[in-house]
Design a protein around this ligand. Structure first.
Ligand code: AMP
Ligand code: ZN
Length: 139
């Protein structure tokens, strides 16, 4: 399905122009308009899936191999020393466009702000309790 009011549906399907790095039958990879670093791109499926929980299996299985190809191209072509994959699911997680997309952010290793969290603390009991609350949904 494609949604008329979804900006990434329209970009991925070429209705709205974008600077496209790569395109195939299932995906378009475009440059982010507000890049975290030079060369930050978004991998966007042409079909509409709001987030990772809706992505179909066929599409999902192509996402990481394609991200790896792009990461290799960032290293070879841009001189990136590494890259981050970032993928936000839901407003609470910072997702602003409700059409699945994977950020691929090249890293050059000098003075960049990294997307890290402050390490917290947990006890074994807490981890066990969390595991049993989620575990029944994974069976
Ligand atoms: P997220 O917060 O994960 O939903 O990320 C949405 C990303 O899309 C942001 O990094 C925006 O800068 C980027 N973005 C929004 N509109 C466009 C657009 N028309 N072309 C390219 N990137 C866009
Ligand atoms: Zn869409």
């Amino acid at each position: 399905m494609r949604e008329q009011n979804c900006i990434f549906c329209r970009i991925a399907n070429g209705e709205i122009p974008s600077t496209t790095l790569y395109e195939d039958a299932r995906f378009r990879v475009i440059f982010d308009l507000s890049p975290a670093t030079r060369g930050h791109v978004l991998l966007i499926p042409k079909e509409h899936y709001a987030d990772l929980t809706e992505l179909d299996t066929e599409t999902a299985r192509e996402v990481l191999p394609l991200a790896a190809r792009i990461g290799r191209a960032m290293k070879a072509g841009l001189g990136a020393a590494g890259f981050n994959l970032v993928q936000n699911n839901g407003e609470a997680a910072g997702q602003t466009v409700r059409h699945f997309h994977l950020h691929i952010i090249p890293r050059y290793g000098a003075g960049e702000e990294l997307l890290l969290w402050k390490p917290g603390e947990s006890t074994a009991e807490e981890r066990e309790a969390l595991s049993s609350r989620m575990g029944e949904y994974l069976r």
